[in-house]
Design a protein around this ligand. Structure first.
Ligand SMILES: [Zn+2]
Length: 176
């Protein structure tokens, strides 16, 4: 009896399933096996995205213009979370490059930015509400009052001077 059970489990673990038999998660594991740790990319739900967008630190950079059609207001955001990467490796070029490769295999989005936020490794993208392009220009929200107050504390400058400085910097960045 004991022998029979042993044989069964032996068979199960050594039977190689064909590709069609692999479940979706199994295939993902196959794909990421070449990396030392399995890295998983998961899209945040609408609720999670909206919650994140109310976070002032995360929302400092806002989508402001579609590179293709020039739309300036109607954008939707798609944000993804990367799991399985050690925090110390978040900023490594090698890590970021392999995340980008993996992301492209999973989602049809060309333009993404990798961000770290409160210890989380996130992939941010915006989609133009008009032409559906993901080539969107981001900019600092110049009139974020909390940010201006922070700069005021750090520099001792007046609000007006800070806004003028931010405008000039932003214009310079747009020209380049
Ligand atoms: Zn557009």
């Amino acid at each position: 009896m004991a022998n029979k059970t042993h044989n069964k489990s032996f068979q199960r673990t050594h039977k190689k399933p064909c590709a069609a038999e692999l479940s979706r998660s199994d295939r993902k594991t196959e794909r990421t096996r070449s990396m030392s740790k399995p890295t998983k990319i998961k899209e945040l739900t609408l609720y999670e995205v909206n919650k994140l967008l109310t976070d002032k630190k995360f929302s400092k950079l806002k989508p402001i213009k579609c590179k293709f059609c020039g739309e300036e207001k109607r954008f939707s955001r798609r944000i993804f979370e990367v799991n399985g990467v050690a925090k110390s490796k978040y900023s490594e070029d090698k890590t970021q490059e392999s995340i980008r490769v993996q992301f492209r295999q999973q989602y049809p989005i060309d333009f993404i930015s990798l961000k770290t936020h409160e210890g989380r490794f996130l992939i941010d993208s915006a989609v133009c509400g008009i032409c559906k392009s993901t080539a969107i220009v981001y900019d600092i929200d110049l009139f974020d009052l909390d940010m201006i107050a922070e700069i005021q504390k750090l520099t001792g400058k007046s609000k007006e001077d800070i806004i003028i400085g931010l405008r000039q910097t932003s214009d310079m960045l747009k020209k380049n």
